[in-house]
Design a protein around this ligand. Structure first.
Ligand code: SF4
Length: 207
């Protein structure tokens, strides 16, 4: 019986599915104890330009097993669309894949265990041109920066050389209407940032 050779893109999709399956069964940190569903990530896996990384699943995401499906997700979708991007064109995931109790911030050990087992592998496989971080937890994980006001809407280099575009978490718009505008303006910059990254070497663009 002959087998067709596996195309590289099928291989990436199948490896991402294997990571998803491991995440759904994972018990490596305490966050598995209260989850309904782990939330591995969703989106495009071939020729990926943009990966979006938030903090962790909330109540709706925990119930659905999918990232950004609640009110914050609807804000994100509409802002992406306004910028000419569809969710199907990006890959969306979080720093931790299980919901922290009462939506608290992930603790350092939870972040370390989860990212070293899963997010790092997702990035390695998907090789996004640009990673957009949503909120302070994701910004800090990639860059050690903690000042959102100073670092939103600009390109940064991660600790291991990835290109990061930082903005606020969509949930922030429910606390402050002025942040809604800031977030929208930031997200609108992404297509031109991607175009520049395609046309120029990243060294030219990074600070
Ligand atoms: S948060 Fe990450 S490391 Fe912790 S149990 Fe969930 S998948 Fe595993």
């Amino acid at each position: 019986m002959s087998h067709k050779a596996m195309k590289p893109e099928d291989d990436i999709a199948s490896q991402i599915s294997k990571i998803d399956a491991k995440i759904r069964k994972c018990t490596l940190c305490r966050l598995h104890e209260n989850r309904t569903n782990a939330v591995p990530g969703t989106g495009k896996t071939i020729d990926l330009d943009l990966m979006i990384v938030g903090e962790g699943p909330g109540r709706n995401e925990d119930a659905a097993g999918k990232p950004f499906v609640g009110a914050g997700g609807r804000v994100l979708d509409s802002m992406l669309r306004e910028a000419g991007l569809e969710r199907s064109e990006v890959y969306i995931t979080n720093i931790v894949k299980c919901r922290p109790p009462e939506n608290r911030k992930p603790l350092d050990d939870e972040t370390e265990i989860c990212t070293s087992h899963y997010l790092e592998n997702q990035i390695e496989l998907l090789k996004p041109k640009l990673i957009c971080t949503l909120g302070a937890t994701a910004l800090k994980y990639f860059t050690d920066e903690t000042n959102m006001a100073k670092n939103h809407g600009r390109l940064l280099k991660s600790k291991n050389g990835l290109v990061i575009f930082s903005t606020y978490h969509p949930a922030a718009v429910f606390r402050s209407n002025s942040l809604r505008q800031v977030l929208q303006e930031d997200i609108k910059k992404i297509p031109s940032v991607l175009k520049e990254l395609t046309e120029n070497s990243k060294q030219k663009l990074l600070p």
